[in-house]
Design a protein around this ligand. Sequence first.
Ligand SMILES: C[S@@+](CC[C@H](N)C(=O)[O-])C[C@H]1O[C@@H](n2cnc3c(N)ncnc32)[C@H](O)[C@@H]1O
Length: 281
Amino acid sequence: MAASRPTPVCPRPEGVITRGKTARNRLRGSDHFLLQYDPGLLRRAAGPFDGALCVDLGYGAEPHTTLEWAGRLRDHAPGLPVLGVEIDPERVERARPHADQVTDFRLGGFNLPLMAGEQVRVIRAFNVLRQYDEDAVSPTWDRLCEQLVPGGLLVEGTSCPLGRVWTACLVRRPVDRAEPWQLEALVLGANLGRGFDPELFQTRLPKAFIHRVTPGEPVYDFIEGWKRAAHETRATTVWGARQWFAAAAAHLSGQGFDVELRPRWLKQGWLVWRRPPVPGR
Ligand SMILES: C[S@@+](CC[C@H](N)C(=O)[O-])C[C@H]1O[C@@H](n2cnc3c(N)ncnc32)[C@H](O)[C@@H]1O
């Protein structure tokens, strides 16, 4: 994927230009999470995965987060090609000087600007859908997932300005091409060095969930259950926020929520709710 290659024709980028606010290292938490969540997806090289891209959709006014992601991915899987896609032509022009043999920046939208034969293993879209209406979410997931190789992953998330609190929907394209996407998990990530408060996540949920924190909705029960769990396990704060976070997750699991209790993940401040009900379905 050389920078000197011709830019593909993207007929008409789907979507709208939105605010381009970004910040250096804002997405480091979710970057590290992805490396641990599905390391095989990034290393796979057989069949359609041979040379398949990692796409950063909507990288914003500056390409910092794409370049940082590329560096972290390549520590894990050297040479992995990364493509930053932006719907704002000026932002693409600003990013293009940073392109190299394995990093490219192209103008495009939800219809990705791919060259003939290019395949996509993962799409990251952070702080993009947040500026769209809720009813755009499901068609956008459809559109993006159909451009992934079977088994590929869409990471669609939201973060606070400095990335200390972030959340993401993990949406999988099943191996069986005929199957519709599956919402594999909702992940909630915290920088535990700054403490722990479930309340902070309520305003940082992905678009699919943020307007659904109302009685009768599963995500409302989840957040209320997590708050209750944090309250009930408060005594563990004497050992620090990490212990408290893990104890609250175990309590939440005891309430019947399917949350991942892997100590390594909890220690990092990652709460993974597996197979949450798809909002509105
Ligand atoms: C708030 S910035 C997010 C920047 C970066 N991802 C981050 O989290 O720091 C959102 C960016 O998404 C871009 N965007 C919105 N819709 C898009 C679409 N359909 N295709 C490509 N880019 C899009 C906007 O132009 C904007 O630059």
